[in-house]
Write a protein that binds this ligand. Structure first.
Ligand SMILES: [Fe+2]
Ligand SMILES: [Fe+2]
Length: 197
């Protein structure tokens, strides 16, 4: 079955490739931190991203959607560059920008679910909800690690993410049901809509 929803098709292809970039970045990130607890937490996040990529692909296959070569190459390079940069930019920045990026990723899966619902498909509601919530867990992990860091207030002021600011309205502590989570990210636009090419 083919789906007639160009924004959804593009968002799936984008998510598939961006998950690879994230996983690559976390390989570098885990390699660059010294503390064992941090290393294993980041390694787990990397595994989550590979899992997401698998899951996105399995959904794409149902609708005969192929990965986009251009995204695959582009995000391969981006992931490797970010991963390598973790070794030279210190401890704070990889933590900060990972958290900020995760914050933006959370809504992608809730929007993807909304797009599917728009064309009458609700089979993926649960799995998309789980992936969105997992991205939120990632965001919160980085947020907690930075909470008391003296650089955070400055970065929060400049880049808009930190203890108070977040790019999504998902609340991990008060988890709502899959059904209720429809209200998440209502006013957000997806990366595929914002013209990430
Ligand atoms: Fe992910
Ligand atoms: Fe993530």
């Amino acid at each position: 079955m083919n789906i007639q929803h160009p924004k959804l098709v593009k968002l799936l292809q984008l998510a598939y490739s961006a998950e690879k970039a994230a996983a690559f970045a976390y390989i570098g990130h885990a390699g660059s931190v010294r503390e064992a607890g941090e290393k294993s937490a980041i390694r787990q996040i990397e595994l989550d991203e590979w899992q997401h990529r698998e899951t996105v692909l399995s959904i794409m296959k149902l609708y005969d959607i192929r990965p986009l070569k251009y995204f695959e190459v582009k995000y391969h390079i981006i992931g490797r560059i970010i991963g390598a940069s973790c070794y030279v930019i210190g401890w704070f920045m990889p933590y900060y920008f990972a958290g900020r990026l995760e914050s933006g990723n959370v809504c992608e899966y809730f929007i993807m679910r909304r797009y599917f619902n728009e064309i009458g498909i609700s089979d993926h509601d649960e799995v998309l909800y789980e992936m969105g919530m997992k991205e939120k867990e990632h965001e919160v992990y980085f947020q907690k690690a930075l909470e008391t860091n003296r650089l955070l207030p400055l970065f929060e002021k400049i880049f808009g993410w930190g203890n108070k600011g977040s790019s999504n309205d998902v609340d991990l502590e008060n988890r709502v049901s899959v059904e209720e989570s429809k209200r998440y990210c209502r006013n957000r636009r997806s990366a595929s809509e914002k013209g990430h090419e």
